[in-house]
Design a protein around this ligand. Structure first.
Ligand SMILES: NC(=O)c1ccc[n+]([C@@H]2O[C@H](COP(=O)([O-])OP(=O)(O)OC[C@H]3O[C@@H](n4cnc5c(N)ncnc54)[C@H](OP(=O)(O)O)[C@@H]3O)[C@@H](O)[C@H]2O)c1
Length: 274
């Protein structure tokens, strides 16, 4: 099936679904007429139809009509939806979940082991085409679903395929990761402001410093350890900062931040599987 022929149904149309929709829309992969959504709030349904020029429907009609069903609700909201979906004919349907901490086996418990499912962890920078999306395939994921997923999520930025056992740490690193980077950028910007730079200038300096450093690694193809050697002139300014980082055990502590997020992802799946 060509991507332009695929009918996509969003189950839930909150923050992340909107980011995904806008990326699909920007890249003109699928016409609006082939996209349906369900959500609960009638006021928001109307707003969504007007803002995004897509049509709301019932879950039953969405499942009946769409080839690819994108589950975009929160983990705590998904069980009742899966119970309803289990009553519908899912033959030939491709199910894609973006839910944090929700394992493929959890969906299979409701929808049957033969269901074709893909687990995805997108992130917020997809809003500007700089996303990092992690894909984990279920045992029945067809070549067709894999190639559709590459097209669909490729238009949001970069993609990496991970074994499902690594999705919790992947969630901490890239699903939640932008949040930690926002905090670090804000901390640097506020310091600049405290020292007398306007917040606007300070935020630009801070964000561009993160962006430039990341681009140098990704586009320059240089490993961070080599860049660290280059920048850390003995007795220089950066070296002084590195000494403080070591004293504060910043590297280890930052890793603990990500591990806390990964642990929450695992706790969600443990909870759902009880
Ligand atoms: N936000 C991120 O950065 C991010 C990153 C990676 C993955 N995720 C995952 O993405 C999922 C959604 O997150 P979000 O931030 O987009 O949440 P959100 O903004 O709260 O969106 C949830 C959506 O689900 C809808 N919904 C809830 N129960 C429903 C039901 N029974 N039937 C139909 N629609 C229902 C809500 O509709 P109403 O608004 O009409 O009530 C809302 O549109 C989560 O599982 C999260 O783990 C999020």
């Amino acid at each position: 099936m060509k991507i332009s022929d695929v009918r996509i149904g969003f189950v839930g149309f909150g923050h992340m679904a909107q980011v995904i929709f806008r990326a699909i829309d920007r890249s003109k992969l699928v016409p609006h007429s082939q996209i349906l959504f369900v959500r609960r709030d009638s006021k928001k349904i109307k707003e969504t139809e007007q803002t995004f020029r897509i049509t709301s429907t019932s879950l039953e009609n969405l499942v009946g009509t769409c080839d690819l069903i994108l589950l975009c609700v929160r983990p705590s909201q998904v069980s009742s939806i899966l119970e309803d979906m289990a009553l519908l004919d899912l033959k030939g349907k491709m199910i894609v979940s973006i839910l944090a901490g929700t394992k493929i086996s959890f969906f299979q418990r409701y929808l049957g082991v033969e269901v074709e499912i893909l687990r995805v962890m997108p992130n917020l920078p997809a809003a500007v085409g700089e996303g990092m999306t992690l894909l984990s395939y279920g045992p029945n994921s067809s070549v067709e679903l894999k190639s559709l997923a590459h097209l669909l999520f490729g238009c949001m930025g970069e993609i990496a395929e991970l074994h499902e056992d690594l999705m919790d740490i992947g969630c901490g690193m890239s699903g939640s990761g932008p949040g930690f980077v926002f905090q670090l950028i804000e901390a640097m910007a506020r310091l600049g402001e405290k020292k007398g730079i306007s917040y606007q200038d300070s935020l630009k300096i801070s964000a561009q410093t993160f962006l430039g450093a990341a681009r140098l690694i990704l586009k320059g193809g240089i490993l961070p350890v080599h860049l660290i050697e280059q920048i850390a002139t003995p007795k220089g300014t950066t070296e002084a900062g590195f000494e403080k980082m070591r004293e504060l055990q910043l590297e280890k502590n930052f890793q603990s931040v990500i591990e806390a997020s990964a642990a929450r992802s695992k706790a969600i799946s443990d909870n759902l599987n009880q």
